[in-house]
Design a binder for this molecule. Structure first.
Ligand code: NDP
Length: 448
């Protein structure tokens, strides 16, 4: 890393001390950018990297709500509006016990480059709360969402900032959040949030989009190696929204997902999560906040491995779909030992930085989350377009646009890495391609 980047990185570390995920994500992006920064000395003069690594706005707020026993509960809410150089802030809301500022900032920073990669006019943001929906009743979740929106509504808008779902925030939560927004503002501003139900301004294919997009991206990668999804086996973690979309699309294309997991362990289904019954059961488990992945093992009589992750199972493709840093160095070694050739992060920053380097050195293709999972936000942006024209495109039309967008992301990443002499490096290519568009816009605005 050159002197300018080292100085900025040291400042980031000092200013965001303790926010380890955010620092990790800046380090990972910077690794790819040295060639670009060297080619553009003008960036240093205008403090581009300093500005790009500091969020434009961070909101932190109290979320009081009353549980079913009448007890007052308090959680902490966040919205990090990182960068709106190329469009309104856009990024999901995460409700999970471990949420704190460092996770919000890393997700919003990553989102800025991911949204740029989609080619659509959307900036980067993220939000959420340390509220854990697991084990809560529907009414508790509703009361929490209403209280959360009672503060958030003043920071968002169709042309300002457009939240969506993420871990712990699915269609039920989006319904409660939008219902409260509508009630407070008295406006039917459906473009203010995405991931909505089809009866009130949603888009076809949005629930499936992240998983489908990830598989479309993997199709392009396999094509590069003269291979196909058909007949391939996949190890997937999580059993949430994203894992479901991956399992469904892989099954449609003739491959099979053989593992699913959660924080309690993983299941191995040698026949694959390919039948309608199994895939629909994933949706049921996701909606029922009291279950665990062991329920799948019991229902379909497959082995359950408590306390273990699905890495090390012999498969062709590994696609982590649960959470950040779910693949560390030890896991990466198991993946390589199992002979896996293709590795694609689907959860945001699935891999620790050292493990990512190891996998890059030992697998045929390593694909970064900001490219692989961009299909979700891309279809969210298509939902915004449909909201603005008050018209729903067909599922086929949205799906075909999603496929085109994922192909463009793949091709732009390949070209960006080649342009800078880095070869077939999908990680560097995605970082560079995502960075360049945001950098161009920021250069045009002057120092703001
Ligand atoms: P969900 O809440 O639907 O599912 C998350 C899944 O991951 C659950 O099965 C959960 O199990 C598991 N999980 C969460 N934390 C851990 C952990 N520490 N260890 C093991 N398993 C864990 O979330 P999504 O499917 O929506 O999101 C998954 C990932 O994809 C996240 O990184 C998210 O940021 C990313 N993503 C999601 C998009 C979307 O459209 N939804 C878009 C782009 C990225 P448990 O119940 O045990 O917590």
């Amino acid at each position: 890393m050159n002197d300018y980047m080292t100085r900025v990185l040291n400042d980031v570390k000092r200013r965001n001390s303790g926010e380890t995920e955010f620092i990790q994500s800046v380090e990972e992006v910077f690794k790819s950018l040295e060639v670009v920064i060297n080619a553009h000395p003008e960036y240093e003069k205008v403090g581009l990297l300093e500005r790009m690594t500091e969020p434009e706005r961070v909101v932190s707020f109290r979320v009081p709500w009353i549980d079913d026993s009448g007890k007052v509960q308090v959680n902490r809410g966040f919205r990090v509006q990182f960068n709106n150089a190329i469009g309104p802030y856009k990024g999901g809301l995460r409700f999970q016990e471990n949420v704190y500022l460092g996770i919000m900032k890393f997700l919003a920073f990553e989102q800025t480059f991911k949204n740029s990669l989609t080619g659509l006019p959307i900036g980067g943001a993220k939000g959420g709360s340390d509220f854990d929906p697991r084990g809560k009743s529907d009414f508790e979740i509703m009361r929490f969402c209403q209280s959360f929106m009672t503060e958030l509504y003043r920071h968002i808008g169709a042309d300002i900032d457009v939240p969506a779902g993420d871990i712990g925030v699915g269609s039920r939560e989006i319904g409660f959040l939008y219902g409260q927004y509508k009630r407070i503002t008295g406006k039917y501003e459906s473009g203010v949030i995405t991931g909505k139900g089809m009866s009130y301004g949603g888009s076809f294919v949005r629930p499936e989009a992240t998983g489908y997009g990830a598989v479309y991206y993997m199709e392009r990668v396999l094509e590069h190696f003269g291979e196909k999804i058909k007949g391939k086996t996949f190890a997937v973690s999580g059993y949430g929204n994203v894992a479901w979309g991956v399992a469904l699309k892989v099954a449609q294309l003739g491959g099979k997902v053989v593992t699913l997991s959660d924080h309690t362990g993983y299941i191995y289904d040698k026949d694959g999560v390919i039948t309608d019954e199994k895939i629909d059961y994933m949706l049921k488990m996701r909606a029922d906040t009291s279950g665990t992945i062991k329920d799948y093992a019991e229902k379909f009589s497959v082995p359950f491995f408590p306390g273990e992750k699905p890495w090390g199972v012999k498969v062709d493709v590994v696609m982590p779909c649960a959470t950040q840093n779910e693949v560390n160095m030890e896991d990466a070694k198991k993946i390589v030992e199992a002979g896996v050739k293709y590795y694609a992060e689907v959860s945001n920053m699935s891999t620790s930085n050292d493990a990512l380097d190891y996998l890059k050195a030992n697998c045929d293709a390593v694909c970064p989350s900001k490219a692989v999972n961009a299909g979700g936000v891309a279809v969210s942006a298509l939902e915004m377009t449909q909201d603005s024209i008050r018209y729903n495109w067909s599922a086929d039309k949205v799906d075909s646009k999603l496929k085109d967008i994922m192909t463009n992301i793949y091709e732009d990443s390949v070209e960006a890495a080649e342009e800078y002499g880095l070869g077939y490096d999908l990680v560097a290519g995605a970082n560079i391609a995502g960075f360049e568009k945001v950098a161009d816009a920021m250069m045009a605005y002057g120092i703001v």
